[in-house]
Design a binder for this molecule. Structure first.
Ligand code: 5AD
Ligand code: FES
Length: 360
């Protein structure tokens, strides 16, 4: 029986008990989640968690790791999120946007390299109107009928999401960033709201998209309770994909002096999410690879089952700088692909190049 009052000393045996319960029931009480996340034995906890998470991922997905070709097609953004390097207020950012032809060339290159999912990611760029996005999606859909098209272009109206879907989009990534109202207000200007973010995610789900939500680990002002709140929100939403990665400061943002999120907490959260959402597609993110040279390998071992090599033209990569020191900015698409293949193999998994739809 688990019965632990908060004034008792937390033992590693108790942590182990919590992990066993989480693996079994896919859930814990708020208090238990707090104890597990704030464990006094981070190293041992992460080890036990990773073993449990890996077991669950293998039950659902075997040793497969899915690849998504990421095309960062515009870094113009009308928003001003305090954490993000491509926020509108950063006048030092050199802005670019790819043309439809350039984006298609990226897809072609990606297809040759074996990718069957393209993720079109960008800031909220007013040039890319709903009409232009639909035209772009329809063109890719026609040229690559066997590929999944994922959009990651921010908050739009329900009508816009419906139109993109109609044009051929299958999936949508929109991290909620934090599910706590107060915390949301500390990361975003007043013009943005958690309510609208949630509205978007709900619309996307209802429209039949495979939906990805997620958050940054260790973002400024984040508390352990906020992380529990994120888990609760995800349990409600039941997304197909969950993208998390450490917060990393960017020198030209209001958070330039804030501490980065830790590798240890990021890996712990990844494992906890795998145990809560056995079926989920969980990327081992670029941010994870940026805070530690072997971060993405560790992310896979902690329960991740997706990697997202960069397919953007090398000439623009350094400008899609959400945070400082982002990796993969000098490499060609083929280099990123083979680099990741080696890393996945070294971690003990196998890259597969099919569409990789969620298995529920
Ligand atoms: N550090 C880490 N992740 C960031 N993102 C944006 N800025 C940063 C940063 N400074 C993440 C956000 C966003 C995703 C595209 O990148 O979670 O949703
Ligand atoms: Fe891009 Fe390693 S994945 S260089």
């Amino acid at each position: 029986m688990i019965n632990m009052t908060s004034d008792k000393k937390i033992t590693i045996a108790y942590i182990e008990e919590l992990i066993a319960k989480l693996a079994q029931e896919k859930n814990l009480t708020d208090e238990e989640f707090v104890t597990l996340i704030a464990t006094p034995y981070p190293e041992e906890t992460n080890k036990i968690l990773a073993i449990a998470a890996d077991k669950v991922r293998r039950q659902h997905y075997g040793d497969k790791v899915y690849v998504r070709g990421l095309i960062e097609f515009t870094n113009y953004c009308k928003n001003n999120c305090y954490y993000c390097g491509i926020r509108a207020g950063n006048c030092k950012a050199q802005r670019y946007r790819l043309t439809k032809e350039e984006i298609l060339a990226c897809c072609k290159e990606g297809y040759k390299l074996g990718f069957r999912t393209f993720v079109l990611q960008g800031g909220e760029d007013p040039y890319y109107t709903d009409e232009r996005v639909c035209d772009l999606v329809a063109t890719i859909r026609e040229a690559f009928p066997d590929c999944a098209i994922t959009l990651s272009i921010g908050e739009k109206s329900r009508e816009a999401y419906a139109a993109y879907k109609q044009a051929g989009a299958d999936r949508y990534l929109l991290r909620h960033e934090t599910a706590d109202e107060l915390h949301y207000g500390k990361l975003h200007p007043e013009s943005m709201s958690l309510a609208n973010r949630k509205r978007c995610l709900k619309d996307l789900k209802e429209l039949g998209y495979q939906v990805g939500a997620g958050f940054m680990v260790g973002s400024p002002y984040q508390t352990i309770k906020n992380l529990v709140c994120d888990i609760r929100f995800l349990q409600e939403l039941q997304p197909d994909m969950i993208g998390i990665g450490p917060f990393i400061h960017h020198k030209d943002t209001p958070f330039n002096a804030e501490a980065d999120g830790s590798l240890s907490l990021s890996l712990r959260m990844l494992s906890i999410l795998r145990l809560c959402f056995p079926y989920a597609l969980l990327p081992s993110t670029t941010a994870l690879g940026t805070i530690a040279p072997n971060g993405r390998e560790l992310g896979l071992k902690a329960g991740g089952n997706v990697v997202m090599p960069n397919l953007s033209p090398t000439s623009v990569r350094k400008h899609y700088q959400l945070y400082d020191n982002k990796i993969c900015t000098g490499e060609e698409s083929a280099q990123c692909k083979s680099c990741l293949e080696l890393r996945v193999k070294a971690a003990g998994y196998t890259i597969v190049s099919d569409r990789g739809d969620v298995r529920k």
